[in-house]
Write a protein that binds this ligand. Structure first.
Ligand SMILES: [Fe+2]
Length: 364
């Protein structure tokens, strides 16, 4: 079987790290499938494995050098982000590959996206996003194709904005491939079902779902079936009515997406917290090529000009966390500047004249 060759010097957030050690943290199941290509960029290159007992926290304290660049690829063991203060001088990037089933081919796909990711370019996008966002009183989420609009009062000071984008410094950690700005009503590791994002209107759920499993016992078969039902929204939209950050109604736009509506309604019935629009994510990684199937690493997908995803539920509190990537959705500021998505083309009048010289006006 062909091995995945990790060319660590190609990871752009580690480009200035020639005085550091490179550490790949993975699982014993992948040890024969993954290899670090020899390089002179780092002081050393070493593979470490983690399991449920000797987990990342354990090797962070016991084994990993302080001046290390660390890449975590751990599909078989849940990787929990360590507290910032425990990182020391290390830079840690982690591929999200435990909450959805992830094969070596999936890892290879997103590895290619990772090495193409440009942190400087992402940093610039992030800075512009916050600059324009802060000048606006509200954000409008518009899907021109499905004719929906919702208004988000995003300036509430209690919201927690997180960035998994751009430049990475010593003592910091990041998703890999990076490229997500997200907003939640509270810290990402906490959950309070009384909190809401102040968003109202209609949104079209039309695109790619990701169904992340949580820590409670579950089966991959159930996860696959539920994801497969929800995936009908890739072909046909669901229109969701949002009142004060909560989904109050969902409707299929055609019989194709009815199965997804039924499945979502089942989820609402079992755990009403799935109705809460818990996270709004702004994917800005234009190097992510969406991979068909249920893949956590699709989350930072940013198309050409950014892409929205909505997050329902929060693991480990709910059994699943459902992200819905919606490439048709644009986000506009209060002066109609497009923050996310491709600006709608302004129709121009095309003036033609017929043989009699009369004006024939058409729009294009
Ligand atoms: Fe997200």
């Amino acid at each position: 079987m062909k091995k995945l060759l990790i060319e660590a010097e190609k990871i752009n957030v580690f480009s200035d790290c020639s005085d550091k050690h490179f550490c790949l943290v993975t699982n014993k199941e992948l040890k024969d499938l993954i290899q670090i290509k020899e390089n002179n960029h780092f002081i050393s290159n070493t593979i470490y494995t983690i399991d449920d007992e000797y987990n990342f926290e354990y090797i962070l304290h016991k084994t990993l050098p302080d001046n290390a660049c660390v890449l975590v690829i751990s599909p078989y063991v849940f990787f929990e982000s360590p507290p910032q203060k425990t990182l020391g001088n290390r830079r840690v990037i982690a591929m999200a590959c435990n909450s959805t089933p992830t094969s070596i081919d999936d890892i290879a796909h997103f590895w290619e996206c990772l090495v193409q990711t440009d942190p400087q370019e992402q940093q610039l996008k992030t800075d512009v996003f916050f600059e324009l966002g802060q000048e606006s009183q509200h954000l409008r989420f518009i899907d021109y194709k499905n004719n929906t609009e919702a208004v988000f009062m995003h300036m509430d000071e209690s919201y927690l904005w997180s960035e998994q984008t751009g430049i990475l410094n010593d003592g910091e950690q990041q998703l890999a491939p990076s490229g997500e700005i997200s907003v939640l009503p509270i810290n990402i590791q906490e959950f309070d079902k009384t909190l809401r994002l102040d968003i109202n209107g209609t949104i079209a759920l039309h695109g790619t779902p990701i169904l992340h499993n949580g820590t409670p016992s579950f089966t991959r078969e159930d996860q696959k079936r539920i994801h497969s039902n929800l995936s009908k929204i890739s072909k046909s939209a669901i229109i969701a009515t949002i009142k004060n950050g909560e989904i109050t109604d969902i409707k299929a736009t055609s019989p194709i997406s009815q199965k997804a509506v039924d499945t979502l309604n089942c989820m609402f019935e079992i755990d009403s917290r799935y109705r809460i629009l818990w996270e709004i994510g702004f994917g800005i990684n234009k190097n992510i090529k969406l991979r068909a199937g249920n893949h956590a690493m699709n989350e930072t997908y940013g198309a050409e000009n950014g892409c929205i995803h909505f997050g329902l539920g929060l693991t480990p509190y709910t059994q699943y966390h459902l992200d819905i990537i919606c490439p048709n959705m644009n986000v506009l500021t209060d002066n109609n500047t497009t923050l996310i998505g491709t600006p709608k083309k302004i129709k121009k009048m095309n003036i033609l004249r017929n043989t009699q010289g009369n004006c024939l006006c058409t729009e294009f």
